[in-house]
Write a protein that binds this ligand. Structure first.
Ligand SMILES: Cc1cc2nc3c(=O)[nH]c(=O)nc-3n(C[C@H](O)[C@H](O)[C@H](O)COP(=O)(O)O)c2cc1C
Length: 212
């Protein structure tokens, strides 16, 4: 399929350096608030890229559930492919593709599991069905049919019929502590605005404009 006729101009307001906060976490908070009020359907959806032991990158979308200067947290199955990759190589990258706003944010960072007590707090806040699904799915494992999955669900429903559903020991949060951020704003004539924040030895952030 030839797709080269599909093109559009990017002409939002642009991003001057003066508009950027010195602190990339604050800048991210401003952009996340913009993305939510803009009405993006999944503003918290981000791509997480990991690298396997053979150097092969892999990516998938997850939902960002919390962020602060301590890091960016998503929840997943600790037996999944992404969790196994992180176990071997804790370097990851995150990407927020906010197309409709002509914006994207990239981060590079280091991933680790969060304490079980924090995962438990979040798990208990999830809808009942999501709690059951966490138990029913051994994420990333090969299965023979959807029927198998439904049977697993029925069996966990029976198992936890009376009472609270406990946090599975194979499920929880992963925190990514960023060491680098890039904020990208589309601009006219493909001369987009890009700003990179890199952590320096004073645990402060140096900001540089990058060529588009
Ligand atoms: C919009 C969207 C949100 C998702 N959110 C999550 C999530 O928060 N956690 C998760 O483990 N998988 C999530 N998934 C599924 C993942 O993309 C992926 O299929 C799954 O985690 C297995 O990945 P892995 O085999 O590379 O570990 C989401 C998928 C989509 C499309």
């Amino acid at each position: 399929m030839d797709l080269d006729h599909l093109r559009r101009e990017y002409h939002k307001d642009g991003l001057p350096l003066e508009k950027l906060d010195d602190n990339p976490f604050k800048q991210f908070e401003i952009w996340m608030a913009d993305a939510i009020s803009f009405g993006l359907s999944d503003p918290t959806a981000m791509t997480v890229a990991t690298v396997d032991s053979d150097g092969q990158p892999a990516q998938r979308i997850v939902l960002l559930k919390q962020f602060s200067e301590a890091g960016f947290i998503f929840y997943t199955n600790y037996g999944s492919r992404k969790a196994a990759a992180i176990e071997r190589n804790d370097r990851v990258s995150l990407h927020f593709p906010w197309h409709e706003m002509d914006r994207q944010v990239h981060m590079k960072g280091v991933a680790s599991k969060i304490p079980r007590s924090e995962s438990l707090k979040y798990f208990l806040s999830r809808p009942f069905e999501s709690q059951l699904s966490a138990w029913a799915s051994r994420q990333s494992e090969r299965i023979n049919s959807r029927q198998f999955l439904l049977m697993q669900l029925e069996s966990v429903k029976k198992k936890f019929a009376d009472g609270e559903i406990p946090l599975p020991d194979f499920w929880g949060g992963i925190r990514v502590v960023p060491t680098q951020f890039e904020f990208w704003q589309g601009n006219v004539s493909r001369l987009h605005d890009r700003f990179e924040y890199r952590e320096n030895e004073n645990t402060d952030w140096d900001v540089s404009r990058l060529s588009p």
